[in-house]
Design a protein around this ligand. Structure first.
Ligand code: AVJ
Ligand code: FE
Length: 441
């Protein structure tokens, strides 16, 4: 991105806008009838048609009104698609644009964006347009909602609407990985000051000094998690955070989301189909409290987000942090990202995506819970609006890192920070464990 001149950058932006729109339309058409697009599968999720019009309304606000100075097209609908005015639970009862109108609206917005793109100057002294930032923000936003729509699809009942893409051969597979990697004590650079499309919460780069620790080489698998379940892990309050124990009792949780047991076998429901639980895949649909309880049972703990990021980005030989675990540029075949398959890849897949420390599958597959609250980095300033990150800072949210199989490569990097309530598990969440090392420097 940083190497492109303005013309090439605009070409990339136009292509990425097209690609993400294809993705959004793919998640809102096909086997879905109008009723399925407008109804709600869970109070945690929006009707799909809300997400669809919301991404177009966000695009209108930022790319037409703010960047291009174009007058509002339909100011009267802004309030319907303002996420802060209407929590998800009440969205199905709003007078939303019906699917056809929503598609027409976002299509008109998009045509005007592409038309105005060549006229908008990217100015180094204007943080909104420098490096195409606001366009990157809109592309990432639509991909984030596409991932949210996939979580909605996972919760849907009825005829399956999504087809597994032909899986293709997974890349080479390493079945002989050590269980843990030692990360030596010392400082590393966390966050970024120069990634043009990074969000405010990823800024600025700052040095963090960590004691030595061990980190699991791969995410925790279904096989390993079954051992916790079958050892009675859900029935022993010793392993659970008091609020986690409360949640387990109130909700009757005894296994991860979408797991069922039949005839002595563990199964899982995935996009409307039931299949045997794939033992070598990372466990998915666990809450922070479940991840935390497993880690204690295993004699470990969850990593802090600094520990996660050092293991993913720091190159101890070069004494610098990388943008991705394997280097600074995104490369196909190094991670299971971008909805190329509708599931995490077995652990040991994508050995070419390992970090300098030899930690595997840090990007893609499953979002990884960390033990850290979502708090601002030193010197944080909100940009370009405080409802993206700032209003969520505090002890209510836990940080998740690394993206899932559903996350687009443009919407994740080694510095990217996601967050959610510790009880949530409808998103594609897993975890890996850490433990202290006694090593001294
Ligand atoms: C960063 C994934 C927590 O989905 O709530 C979407 C992203 N912000 N629209 C979310 C977001 C505004 C956000 N997360
Ligand atoms: Fe949004």
């Amino acid at each position: 991105l940083t190497d492109l001149d303005e013309h090439a950058l605009k070409e990339l932006i136009a292509n990425e806008l097209g690609a993400v729109r294809d993705r959004s339309l793919g998640l809102t058409t096909g086997a879905l009838d109008v009723d399925e697009l407008t109804s709600q599968v869970s109070p945690l999720m929006s009707p799909l048609v809300w997400d669809l019009a919301h991404v177009g309304n966000y695009e209108e606000l930022w790319l037409l009104r703010e960047a291009a100075g174009i007058d509002p097209m339909r100011p009267e609908i802004d309030t319907l698609y303002d996420a802060f005015e209407h929590p998800r639970a009440e969205r199905p009862s709003l007078p939303l644009l019906p699917p056809d109108e929503a598609r027409a609206y976002i299509g008109t917005v998009r045509a005007k964006v592409l038309d105005s793109l060549s006229r908008v100057r990217f100015r180094d002294d204007d943080p909104l347009t420098a490096g195409g930032f606001v366009y990157g923000m809109v592309v990432q936003h639509e991909h984030q909602h596409d991932e949210t729509m996939l979580a909605t699809h996972q919760l849907r009942k009825g005829t399956p609407a999504l087809l597994d893409p032909p899986d293709g051969a997974l890349s080479a597979h390493d079945g002989s990985l050590p269980a843990e990697v030692l990360i030596e004590a010392g400082p590393f650079e966390m966050g970024t000051s120069d990634d043009p499309w990074a969000y405010d919460n990823e800024r600025s780069a700052h040095i963090v000094d960590l004691p030595a620790y061990y980190l699991d080489t791969t995410p925790v698998t279904n096989r390993a998690y079954i051992a916790f379940v079958e050892a009675g892990g859900y029935d022993d309050p010793r392993w659970w955070h008091p609020q986690g124990w409360e949640w387990r009792n109130a909700k009757g949780r005894r296994a991860p989301g979408f797991w069922t047991r039949e005839g002595g076998q563990w199964l899982r429901r995935r996009f409307g189909r039931t299949e045997p639980l794939p033992l070598d895949e990372p466990v998915q649909h666990v809450s922070f409290y479940e991840a935390d309880a497993y880690a204690r049972w295993a004699g470990k703990r969850l990593p802090t987000e600094a520990e996660w990021e050092k293991a993913a980005r720091w190159d101890p030989d070069a004494q610098r942090s990388r943008r991705f675990p394997w280097g600074d540029a995104y490369e196909e075949g190094r991670a299971n990202l971008g909805q190329q398959r509708l599931r995490p890849a077995p652990v040991g897949s994508f050995p070419g995506g390992a970090s300098a420390y030899g930690v595997h599958q840090m990007l893609g597959d499953v979002w990884e819970w960390t033990s850290s609250d979502f708090t601002p980095y030193p010197g944080f300033t909100s940009f370009p609006y405080k409802e993206y990150s700032e209003v969520f800072f505090g002890p209510d949210y836990k940080v998740l890192r690394g993206g899932s199989w559903a996350t687009h490569p443009l919407a994740v990097r080694g510095t990217f920070r996601n967050w959610d309530y510790p009880i949530r598990r409808q998103i594609f969440t897993g975890f890996r464990c850490a433990r202290d090392a006694m090593e001294t420097r």
